[in-house]
Write a protein of this length. Structure first.
Length: 371
């Protein structure tokens, strides 16, 4: 018989938070856990991970190795994840062996598949870009008729930082014979994988809301951040966002709905497109702490990382109030090399992730300027 795990409802100081994934998000979660007198145990497939420097224990394991998952579950008091592509089957396995995994599998399953995610969002009354399921060239063509052009073809699963997507523009299709070529090219570009075609949203700006829900259903929401992407990767998050109080309240209400509909426990990041008329379209949500919430470490009494640890440990949530205006800027690739220049600035905090190699496009750290 499989080993039976018995996790407590509340993890007391001295207890152990298990984290699936060891990237910078795991690292910053582990730092906040330590601040609360909790230990962390990181399970990740890599030999070394950014979280190792600050975690109490690590396990090197594939996310699918059931024996190692069970031993990990037995060594911790609750399990969370910092990475939304942990296989849902692994979370189901852990839950069925008695482990508490927070947030639960429902959020993970929805966030892992863009089609399931958008269908869910529409079901709870949140607007999304028009979309169409694409499984072959015929459905891609039908999808273009449905959502119009320009459109973005995205793989349903495993996309991040703008990877696994390609834009189909309007102009190229107006040339004779170019339409077939363009759709064949787009389909090949995303690897002929099950996909979703989204209508292009002519947004004015992008904003996000970081929200948290406790085991008791208490909800706390952070102020909206305005996000600017560069080459598909988040570059800056600025608070306050340039949006009216009503728009921010609408974004917070949608986040509230998502948290309740998923019976969520932990921190979530919800990304929105804001239209010219201030209407809001949900782009996607991440069932974890979120890059566009890093400013909370320096501009709020309780950061998103502490909030997530509080939530999954069954603690009361903290105050998400923002005490300062702030701009968070990601240090991507070799931008990290000028850390010293940043360190010389006043009103600026430097966060480096301890990654050994500054590859192009890799998030190496961030800085937050307090205004
Ligand atoms: P995603 O990986 O879906 O978050 O997309 C990365 C970025 O591409 C977004 O932050 C937007 O800047 C842009 N983008 C994605 N989907 C759309 C869309 N349907 N319309 C316009 N821009 C989009």
């Amino acid at each position: 018989m499989a080993q039976q795990i018995n996790h407590p409802d509340v993890v007391e100081p001295g207890g152990v938070i298990g984290i699936l994934g060891g990237g910078q998000l795991g690292r910053m979660l582990a730092m906040s856990a330590a601040q609360l007198g909790l230990q962390t145990h990181i399970l990740r497939p890599d030999e070394l991970s950014p979280a190792d420097d600050v975690a109490s224990a690590t396990t090197k394991s594939a996310y699918t190795d059931e024996a190692k998952l069970l031993a990990f579950a037995a060594a911790v008091d609750v399990i969370t994840y910092e990475f939304e592509n942990v296989p849902a089957a692994s979370v189901n396995f852990l839950t069925s062996s008695g482990a508490k995994v927070r947030p639960g599998v429902a959020a993970l399953e929805k966030a892992q598949d863009r089609l399931v995610e958008k269908t869910f969002l529409n079901e709870i009354g949140a607007a999304t870009a028009p979309f169409y399921a694409v499984d072959d060239l015929a459905s891609l063509e039908a999808g273009l008729n449905h959502v119009g052009r320009p459109a973005i073809l995205k793989t349903r699963r495993l996309g991040y930082d703008g990877k696994g997507q390609t834009t189909i523009t309007k102009e190229e299709h107006d040339l004779p014979g170019a339409f077939e070529k363009a759709i064949e090219h787009a389909w090949a570009e995303i690897g002929a994988a099950p996909s979703i075609l989204e209508g292009f949203v002519p947004f004015e700006r992008e904003i996000s809301i970081i929200g948290a829900r406790s085991v008791d259903g208490d909800i706390r929401l952070y102020d909206a951040a305005e996000n600017v992407h560069r080459a598909g990767i988040l570059k800056t998050s600025t608070v306050p966002a340039k949006a009216s109080a009503v728009t921010i309240q609408n974004a917070q209400e949608i986040t509230h709905k998502i948290l309740n509909a998923l019976d969520y426990v932990g921190v979530i990041g919800v990304e929105f497109f804001m239209l010219k008329d201030s209407g809001l379209i949900v782009n996607e949500f991440a069932p974890r702490v979120h890059n566009s919430g890093h400013w909370t470490s320096d501009a709020c009494a309780v950061s998103q990382f502490e909030q997530h640890i509080r939530a999954v440990a069954g603690w009361p949530l903290g105050d998400p109030c923002r005490h300062s205006d702030a701009v968070m800027e990601n240090l991507i690739g070799d931008e990290v090399n000028v850390w010293r220049t940043h360190a010389e600035q006043s009103n600026l905090s430097v966060h480096l992730y301890g990654k050994r190699e500054a590859r192009p496009g890799r998030k190496m750290g961030h800085i937050t300027t307090i205004k």
